[in-house]
Structure formats: structure tokens, C-alpha cells
Write a protein that binds this ligand. Structure first.
Ligand code: CA
Length: 237
């Protein structure tokens, strides 16, 4: 099963650990993006928009905490800290800075995989809790299966990241209504920040591309510049 593969950003400078974790994640069907430094991690985080980050704290160019603090300014993407540091103080600091979990090295493969699964599950449930309708949404040849979190155009599955899925699900829930950038940002990421609108626009551009929407085409989604987005049409029950 390779449906909607989760993408994990692994930030780790130790080559041996990196190799072991990468092999383990790929064997479990995760897609892995690798960064050896804090600077590269920040870059890859914005370009790849991973579903989860595994973060080593002792990095050559900066403390991994810097990365965590930076991304938490405008992202709720789950982060599991991997570190040799065992002091409570370090764990509290990482969790206070927004880490979702903390795994101390050395750790077993089974333990790490279990933590990843549980973190992804928790975050998904938080995002879903009482908000998304169940069943299916249909708009012409576009179908959203809310239970499976899958999107189809003419029966062909469109592979979306979790964030892209959350955006299109949100728009479909409010089909026909203009959703302002800030309302969408609030709902998708929980809180606004300086880069949020840009991030929303980048995600939306990816969604349009994946749905095969060319500029000017308003088949599914309209963008009102400076205001927000709207999914067009009435939903069929
Ligand atoms: Ca390290």
C-alpha cells in the first residue's frame, strides 16, 4: 500500500544513524527527505512540506532547537526530537518549544516506528476532531473521500500531502463560500504568522497543479486576490 505516503524529514548529521533510520523508514513505506545541517533542514522543510520531522539536536551548524523554534513560528507539523541528551531539562525545553515527542538515543527501530505512527495519528485526529464531515464530497468529476482522506478526479487518485488534503477538505466543507486567508490559516495551522499567507498560496498552487487546473481555470477553486479562496458550486449529497 503506497497510498498517500507520509513524507518524513530526517535531520541528522551522523551518517551511520542516518543510514539506519532511512532504511528503516523506507522499509515501512515512508518517503524520506534528508538534511545534515540546520540550514538545509530549514530549506527542505519549506520546499518539501513534510508530514513529520525527526530532529537531531546536535547539528554541526546550529542547535536543532533553532530549527524547531523557527518552524513553530508558523507550522504545526509534528516534530519528534532524536537526541543523545537525556537531561529532563532538555526534553522539557524541546517540548515547550513545540516538539511533539522526544526519543533518546540509542533507541530501537520498533520504538521509533511506534512513536512516529502514534504522533501522526494524534495529529491527524486533532486536525479532524469534530470538524470534518464524514462520507464523500462530490463536485463534478472531483471526489473527496473524507473517511479515507483521499481525493480523486475522474476516479484517478490525486496524491496530496496532509496539508494539501486539509486545505481542500476545508474548502469543500465550506463549498460555495469565500474563505479568507486568515480563516483558512487559523483552521489549517492553528495560528497566523507572517509567512502564513505565502505558505497557503504555495500549498494552493500545488493543489491546483495536482488537480490539473491551469491559470484562469475556475473549475473547482476561485482565488480572490488579497481575500481568499472559494470552492465553486454546490455539493451533492
Ligand atoms: Ca548529531
Amino acid at each position: 500500500m503506497t497510498n498517500n505516503k507520509y513524507k518524513i524529514l530526517l535531520v541528522e548529521d551522523d551518517e551511520n544513524i542516518r543510514t539506519v533510520i532511512t532504511a528503516m523508514l523506507e522499509a515501512s513505506d515512508y518517503q524520506v527527505v534528508i538534511a545534515e545541517t540546520c540550514a538545509l533542514a530549514k530549506m527542505l522543510f519549506s520546499s518539501h512540506q513534510p508530514d513529520l520531522v525527526l530532529l537531531d539536536l546536535g547539528l554541526p551548524d546550529a542547535d536543532g532547537m533553532r530549527f524547531l523554534e523557527t518552524i513553530r513560528q508558523n507550522s504545526l507539523t509534528p516534530v519528534i526530537v532524536l537526541s543523545a541528551r537525556t537531561a529532563e531539562q532538555d526534553k522539557v525545553r524541546a517540548l515547550d518549544a513545540g516538539a511533539n515527542d522526544y526519543v533518546t538515543k540509542p533507541f530501537g527501530a520498533a520504538e521509533l516506528l511506534a512513536r512516529i505512527r502514534s504522533t501522526l495519528r494524534t495529529c491527524r485526529h486533532c486536525a479532524d476532531a469534530g470538524k470534518l464531515p464524514s462520507g464523500k464530497f462530490r463536485l463534478r468529476d472531483l471526489t473527496i473521500d473524507y473517511d479515507a482522506r483521499r481525493v480523486f478526479v475522474q476516479e484517478r487518485e490525486i496524491k496530496l500531502t496532509q496539508t494539501e488534503y486539509n486545505i481542500i477538505a476545508l474548502l469543500s466543507e465550506h463549498c460555495g463560500k469565500m474563505m479568507t486567508y486568515s480563516a483558512m490559516i487559523q483552521s489549517i495551522w492553528g495560528y497566523p504568522s507572517e509567512g502564513s499567507v505565502k505558505k497557503l498560496q504555495v500549498n494552493m498552487a500545488n493543489i491546483r497543479k495536482k488537480l490539473g487546473i491551469t491559470p484562469g481555470d475556475v473549475r473547482y477553486i476561485t482565488n480572490e486576490l488579497g481575500v481568499g479562496y472559494r470552492m465553486n458550486g454546490e455539493r451533492d449529497e
